[in-house]
Design a protein. Structure first.
Length: 98
């Protein structure tokens, strides 16, 4: 799935079938359900989930917690606009899912 297809799927009532949990979390966050996105990534132990977790806390405004999760993800803190970071993360995770 391409990033454009993923963005288009945000018009649906549910995320596309077969997406990894981390990508589903991004889908839910983009639809305004931060809590559901957060619940999903909290249950996942890998660096990709930590990256999404960092983004979620950055969006929430909890920069200290975001920094903790960027560190867990092995990534530098993002200074990009939130929508650009969302797209960067989604594109990277979708590429891994193919």
């Amino acid at each position: 799935m391409t990033l454009d297809e993923f963005r288009a799927s945000l018009q649906a009532d549910a995320p596309p079938a077969g997406l990894p949990g981390v990508v589903q979390a991004l889908w839910h966050e983009a639809r305004g359900d931060w809590d559901r996105a957060h619940r999903i990534v909290q249950e996942l132990p890998d660096r990709d989930a930590a990256w999404v977790h960092a983004y979620l806390h950055r969006k929430e405004g909890d920069h200290w917690n975001a920094g903790y999760w960027y560190n867990r993800a092995g990534r530098p803190r993002s200074e990009r606009p939130l929508d650009e970071e969302w797209g960067e993360i989604a594109a990277a995770l979708l590429a891994k899912a193919d």
